[in-house]
Design a protein. Structure first.
Lengths: 898, 115
């Protein structure tokens, strides 16, 4: 307590020095005066009285030192003094100050911003209450390409009944609704949940109530909870929406009441706008869905029972699951490779963003290294120029420690300014990065900038300052030091040059790693964009016109589309219009791996499963509208599907080759065998006659591959979704307004949304790749720029330090070209060493990271070669200027310069 | 060396407190004189050492100071004991008495007294 009080009093004593010194001076004067008066009274002469008084008082200066030491905190005073000195020294070289501060700001700012992002997305706990016990159940069937397969109701029931380590379960099914009654009629992303979902997830409402167990079952009233984002962004946080009734259409329509708004939370498994109870989706209540073991639509969440660990839950889950597989072998074919796993929900949510964020963090680390190396070089050069000054200081008695402290103060100041600027610039950077990262994790959307940004900035500044302060060699008091002192000139030493080279090589190595990574991403992107899709992407407009079945017969729905197509085709500028089920690429994955099917006469190998084919519903003219050729047979016509006796299909080329090798596929018959189809209304097990073979359309993958697809005509197939494809002869977007007008004219409640050419849909799907290339390209460009400046700086410095040597060489008859060549070769050699070091480092880094991040790829030969060439070329260009200066050295001046 | 200073400073601080306790507010010179009178030559050659001690006591809150007029109507800094200082004086006086009693007993012990 006492010592604490004294500390603060001493700290306060640091500042008002003058005042305190004055007080002491006065006290001493008074003391001496009183003592002198006393001595005079004792009979001494005035001079002697004064002398004795001083003698008695003791050594005034020593006492003053003691007094000052006791008054303030010497180290704080030293620091202040050093800082003041550093400020003065730095003000004298503003160019140096600006370059170093900017470089450091870049390095520190990028790191602080990315760290904030990583912390917000990967490290912060979820808002869900008790999130440390929240489990995500994960089923996969890699044999049919399902990395994350949903669960069926019977599977859910089996698991729930048998598990003890997980006490509560919640379920969530993703579903698309058409919503009418809240603003424009439109398609929305929705979720359907059981009554336990919100309590298991540990979420609360901000308004109204959430879905509870009383909302379960077929008799309950339809209720809807709005997500916070939807409520705030689309409904302007209007509290009066509670109690409103809306109509939700999926397979069948239901009315539902809005009962509450969910608190802001990470939407998982899907970023939906509303969450409804089961009764709003008739499909979820249908007997087929409730009883069908292979009818998988639900994602499962659980809460660990008290005392249970994740490991125990995982082990128990595997046992339960194995028993279930054994009991129902027909639902789990061996080659499908069904597996189950339990994970922390937090890990499940962050896993897609982990790779990209860690790579980003590593890249920003490299940028920091590059920035520090560059600043280290500048500081080295500056210290060499100041060697004379340092030597004089050292000769005047400054201890090595004092000199180092002076350097440290300078570096602290530089790094502190850099960090301040970096943290300031990090805020907007975080905002941009968050938007970028939200492509990978929805958590990034809720990112807030907090004090961790400051701490990271300060920490990096401190690390940078300490490293930088210990970089330069200090002059010693030995003979060579006094030489420097005597001549007072710049004399670059071997060790300084070696250090400078090391830093340049480090910079180039780090830049090379970044450059190679960025060029790998860019090559991939170019390859993706160049891949032909087989579609006339620029001319085809895709519009979502989802089927509205409320109060309509199937016939009426079909006729609605037929009439729309007829009227749209009558518009000027429209070549062809057709109905389709899904928008290519954007709607990828809507039907999982497709459905199993077989063909008449196709030999059934025992133990081998039937192949999966994608199921697509189209209207006549679909292939023409998309610009896809029909290779054999014919397109659908208006009569197809009218007769129940002769159902027909069109198949893709790959399917024809696979099922009917060496035969004419026309008039062969195919049929669905998938157990799921019996749960989907409108599907039949009829044997369909093949009337046509089309070229493959891979609407699932941006890079198209061979695709098995069966097309059925809209006349006889179940209709969900609903897209119109319009082949335009002119500007496709000019058609959007007239088309919308036509369709709305026919039905005011019909959503007409998301019109885009297939080219733009493709670009939209490729956005994450493009953003990755952009971000890493930016990093690489910055790194390259810093590295080029570094090479040029070091060579320029080396040339100016060797002016005399060049002068002598020129005087002895050396050709200027030789000097020029020498300097350029020096630069190229440094770059080459950097590239080699970078290649080795990058290889090791990728290996190391590969242990943590599974999907790290090694760049191909081309990107590596290109990056190396770019760096070498940059280094040669950077050495041109100093080289030219070396060749232009004026002999007389150079020789006189000493 | 440091040890010695510490002990000296400690005793000096105690003397300062006691002086102010007995005589009331005093300026630096007055305190020095008083200590000199009682302790003989402790401060004979370096009265100056008193000032760092005064500063330390003031920082600890044992004494307070303010400007006032000396006997000759000159500006002088007067020190006085605070309540905390009085408490500190009491407890340190006790400690000191105890310590010196123990030390005294220690010095009285002769070899034959030990069992």
């Amino acid at each position: 307590m006492k010592s604490l009080r004294r500390f603060f009093s001493r700290l306060a004593g640091v500042a008002p020095q003058r005042e305190q010194d004055e007080r002491l001076r006065e006290e001493i004067a008074e003391h001496i005066a009183l003592q002198t008066a006393e001595n005079l009274r004792a009979g001494l002469s005035p001079d002697e009285a004064r002398r004795q008084a001083y003698l008695k008082f003791g050594a005034v200066e020593v006492m003053k030192q003691d007094y000052r030491a006791a008054r303030g905190l010497p180290w704080v005073e030293n620091l202040l003094q050093d800082t003041r000195f550093a400020l003065r020294a730095l003000r004298k070289s503003p160019a140096f100050l600006i370059i170093t501060v900017l470089t450091l700001a870049l390095g520190i700012g990028a790191n602080a911003a990315i760290f904030t992002l990583v912390r917000g997305v990967l490290l912060k706990p979820l808002v869900n209450r008790g999130e440390e016990r929240l489990i995500y159940l994960h089923q996969s069937a890699k044999g049919i390409g399902m990395e994350n397969e949903t669960f069926s109701v019977p599977e859910y029931q089996d698991i729930q009944a048998a598990m003890h380590t997980i006490s509560d379960f919640g379920d969530f099914s993703q579903i698309g609704f058409t919503m009418i009654g809240l603003g424009e009629p439109r398609e929305i992303r929705g979720g359907v949940v059981g009554g336990s979902y919100f309590s298991v997830m540990g979420l609360h409402p901000v308004l109204g109530r959430l879905i509870e167990p009383r909302d379960d079952g077929p008799k309950a009233a339809g209720v809807v909870v709005l997500t916070y984002r939807f409520w705030t962004t689309s409904l302007n946080s209007d509290p009066s929406v509670i109690g409103k009734s809306i109509r939700l259409g999926s397979i069948g329509d239901r009315f539902a009441t809005i009962i509450g708004v969910l608190e802001p939370s990470v939407p998982y498994p899907a970023d939906t706008e509303i969450i409804a109870n089961i009764v709003t989706s008739p499909h979820h209540l249908s007997a087929t869905m409730v009883k069908g073991r292979v009818h998988r639509m639900t994602e499962l969440f659980g809460r660990l029972a008290p005392g249970a660990t994740l490991e125990q839950a995982r082990a128990e889950l595997r046992t339960v699951y194995a028993a279930m597989l054994k009991a129902h072998p027909e639902a789990y074919p061996k080659q499908d490779d069904f597996q189950v796993d339990a994970r922390m929900l937090r890990d499940q949510i962050t896993s897609p963003a982990r790779t990209i964020l860690l790579v980003l963090l590593a890249s920003s680390g490299l940028v920091f290294i590059i920035a520090c190396s560059n600043v280290a070089n500048l500081i080295l050069a500056r210290t060499v120029r100041r060697e004379g000054e340092l030597a004089i200081r050292s000769a005047l008695g400054a201890s090595k420690r004092a000199l180092r402290r002076m350097l440290l103060a300078e570096c602290l100041l530089l790094c502190g300014l850099g960090a301040a600027l970096g943290v300031l610039s990090a805020r907007p950077m975080v905002a941009i990065l968050a938007r970028y990262a939200s492509r990978f994790s929805v958590r990034a959307l809720d990112l807030t900038v907090d004090s961790s940004l400051l701490w990271v900035g300060a920490g990096l500044a401190l690390v940078g300052a300490v490293v930088l302060a210990y970089v330069p060699r200090l002059p010693t008091a030995d003979a060579s030091g006094s030489m420097t002192l005597a001549s007072g000139s710049v004399r670059i030493t071997g060790s300084t040059r070696r250090r400078q080279r090391v830093f340049v090589v480090t910079q180039i190595a780090a830049s090379f790693v970044l450059l190679a990574g960025a060029s790998m991403l860019i090559t991939t992107l170019i390859a993706l964009q160049k891949t032909p899709t087989g579609l006339d992407t620029r001319r085809v407009l895709s519009i979502n016109v989802p089927a509205i079945t409320y109060g309509k017969t199937t016939r009426e729905v079909i006729d609605f589309y037929k009439e729309s197509i007829r009227q749209v085709e009558a518009l000027p500028g429209v070549d062809k219009t057709a109905f389709g089920l899904v928008t290519p690429w954007r709607d990828a994955g809507s039907f999982g791996p497709g459905f199993q099917f077989s063909a008449e006469g196709y030999p059934h190998v025992p133990g081998e499963e039937d192949p999966h084919a994608h199921f697509r519903v189209i209207s006549p003219g679909f292939f023409a509208a998309l610009g896809v050729p029909i290779l054999a047979g014919r397109d659908f016509n208006d009569l197809d599907g009218r007769s129940k006796d002769d159902p027909v299909v069109i198949i893709s080329q790959t399917l024809a080759l696979r099922m009917f090798p060496g035969q004419d596929p026309l008039n062969q018959r195919v049929y669905w065998t998938d157990p799921v189809i019996e749960f989907i209304p409108g599907f039949t097990a009829a044997h369909y006659r093949v009337v046509g073979v089309s070229a493959d359309i891979d609407d699932e993958h941006v890079v198209p591959g061979p695709t098995l697809t069966i097309y059925q005509t809209v006349e006889e197939a179940p209709i969900f979704g609903g897209r119109l494809f319009v082949h335009a002869s002119g500007d496709p977007y000019a058609l959007v307004i007239p088309i919308t007008r036509i369709i709305r004219g026919m039905s005011a409640e019909q959503p007409v949304e998301r019109a885009a050419t297939l080219e733009d849909v493709r670009a939209e799907v490729l956005t994450p790749e493009r953003l990755n290339s952009l971000v890493f390209g930016l990093f690489a460009a910055v790194a390259l720029a810093i590295a080029v400046v570094g090479v040029a700086g070091v060579l320029a410095f080396s040339v100016s330090a060797r002016t005399r040597e060049f002068g002598i060489r020129l005087a002895l008859g050396s050709q200027p070209q030789n000097l020029l060549k020498g300097v350029i070769v020096e630069g190229a050699l440094m770059a080459a060493a950097g590239v080699l070091a970078g290649a080795a480092f990058g290889f090791v880094l990728a290996r190391l990271l590969g242990g943590y991040i599974p999907d790290i790829k090694m760049p191909g030969a081309l990107p590596v070669a290109v990056s190396a060439a770019v760096l070498l070329a940059a280094a040669v260009v950077a050495s041109m200027l100093p080289a030219a200066r070396a060749a232009r050295v004026d002999v007389m001046q150079a020789l006189r310069s000493e | 060396m440091k040890q010695k200073t510490d002990v000296q400073q400690g005793t000096l601080a105690l003397m300062v407190l006691k002086t102010l306790d007995v005589l009331g507010p005093l300026h630096g010179y007055g305190i020095a004189r008083r200590i000199e009178q009682i302790s003989g030559d402790l401060l004979a050659v370096n009265q100056g050492t008193l000032y760092p001690v005064l500063l330390k006591l003031e920082q600890e809150g044992a004494i307070a100071s303010e400007w006032g007029a000396s006997e000759k109507n000159r500006r002088a800094r007067f020190y006085r004991l605070t309540r905390a200082g009085r408490r500190q004086l009491q407890s340190e006086t006790q400690d000191w008495a105890q310590t010196s009693a123990i030390i005294a007993r220690f010095f009285q012990v002769k070899a034959e007294d030990l069992p």
